[in-house]
Write a protein that binds this ligand. Structure first.
Ligand SMILES: NC(=O)c1ccc[n+]([C@@H]2O[C@H](COP(=O)([O-])OP(=O)(O)OC[C@H]3O[C@@H](n4cnc5c(N)ncnc54)[C@H](O)[C@@H]3O)[C@@H](O)[C@H]2O)c1
Length: 359
């Protein structure tokens, strides 16, 4: 149940669409930003190739991943005659990709989906692997599907307009793959960091391709997250989600929260005697190269009690049988899912240490 990932310039999209056996009929989903930035170029490409198109726009905000927005769009789809032969093309970051995927999986019991990620985070992570979801007031990504797109189309030129903060956020997810299963990738990220951040094409493409390969390697073996392999992709997320929840998703970019979370999980791994001091220092040195606002760090991490973070972690949906299952490191490039209970003392100590590193 795995999809293709195509790296190309957007003007070749039509050929890719048709070569995947899809009809020349698309429903484009944008958020307000991607609509403003890219719709002209995209409309033109489709127009020239005689592809029938309709487009739908949602707010550029996490709040668009809601049942309410989905309901509105189902109505618009019906009114616009979107049928099973129409491919839904989601053009945007993780929000549009997750919402678009949710709609494609559910509308008419499923219509074809193509992901066109335009943020680095979506290129390296959210548009790959077929997890799609919307949020519920009681929890993020609580309602969704495993629904693979027919293909994901990556054109790194879309990143030219992306704010630097979002570039760093995506890079944090690439760093995650290096830590969990690809140590040589960490060497590369360390040496190529500045080139990627300044969007040198070759460097960016290399990071995206390597990340996609890493993600597909896991997803291929455990599409529905039943074997504990896909769960490794949640490295840093238990701590990170706690920070996101406590700040009501308004403070950190997802990648920033994950980066802090990975530092906590690495400190925990060191305190449990799994990795050495030198590995933790190297991870922390790299994490410090990501410029997270010191005001945000203070207010939404340093000033947050370790106990409050721990309680927020208890409500994480990834808990199993009442046990928080941590992804820990045995080495840089080797993560595993820990089956044992970790004491409060160890959790809090790891958070304190991560704070010290970032101060
Ligand atoms: N499905 C998965 O496997 C998965 C994995 C990780 C994250 N996610 C989800 O992804 C979402 C976060 O994704 P994100 O970080 O891409 O956020 P996002 O979709 O909110 O995009 C960030 C901002 O960048 C804007 N934008 C998008 N492309 C742009 C471009 N090229 N130039 C300028 N601005 C652009 C957007 O309008 C938005 O304002 C969260 O909802 C998270 O739950 C899903």
């Amino acid at each position: 149940m795995l999809h293709h990932v195509v790296f190309s310039s957007f003007y070749t999209f039509n050929d890719v669409l048709l070569s995947h056996g899809l009809s020349p009929k698309v429903a484009l989903l944008f958020d307000r930003n991607t609509h403003r930035l890219f719709s002209q170029q995209i409309f033109q490409t489709f127009h020239q190739a005689n592809i029938a198109q309709s487009s739908f726009v949602v707010p550029a905000s996490e709040s668009a991943k809601s049942l309410r927005t989905a309901e509105r769009l189902y109505g618009e789809f019906i009114k616009n005659g979107i049928d099973r032969a129409t491919a839904l093309v989601a053009v945007g970051g993780g929000v549009v990709g997750d919402l678009g995927g949710f709609l494609a999986a559910s509308y008419l019991r499923g219509i074809p989906l193509a992901q066109v990620p335009t943020t680095l985070l979506a290129m390296v992570d959210s548009a790959i692997g077929g997890k799609v979801a919307i949020n519920h007031p009681l929890g993020k990504n609580m309602i969704g599907f495993f629904y693979a797109p027919v293909f994901t189309f990556i054109d790194v030129d879309f990143l030219a307009t992306l704010p630097k903060r979002d570039i760093y956020s995506g890079l944090a997810e690439a760093f995650k793959y290096a830590l969990i299963q690809d140590a040589p990738f960490f060497d590369r990220l360390e040496s190529q960091f500045e080139r990627v951040v300044s969007l040198e094409r070759a460097a960016v493409e290399q990071v995206v391709k390597r990340s996609v390969k890493n993600k597909l390697r896991v997803v291929k073996r455990d599409f529905k997250e039943t074997l504990g392999l896909r769960a490794l992709l949640n490295f840093g997320h238990t701590f990170g989600h706690a920070l996101e929840t406590l700040s009501k998703y308004r403070a950190f970019r997802h990648g920033e929260a994950v980066l802090i979370g990975m530092l906590c999980a690495s400190a925990l791994s060191k305190n449990l005697g799994l990795i050495d001091d030198a590995s933790l220092s190297r991870i922390a040195r790299f994490a410090k190269r990501f410029p997270i606002s010191s005001r945000l760090l203070k207010r939404h991490f340093f000033d947050v009690e370790e106990s409050a973070m721990e309680s927020a972690m208890q409500s994480d949906k990834k808990k199993e049988r009442g046990l928080i299952r941590f992804v820990l490191l045995r080495a840089i490039g080797e993560a595993f899912l820990c089956n044992e209970k970790i004491s409060s003392r160890d959790i809090r100590r790891a958070i304190r240490e991560a704070k010290r590193f970032l101060k």
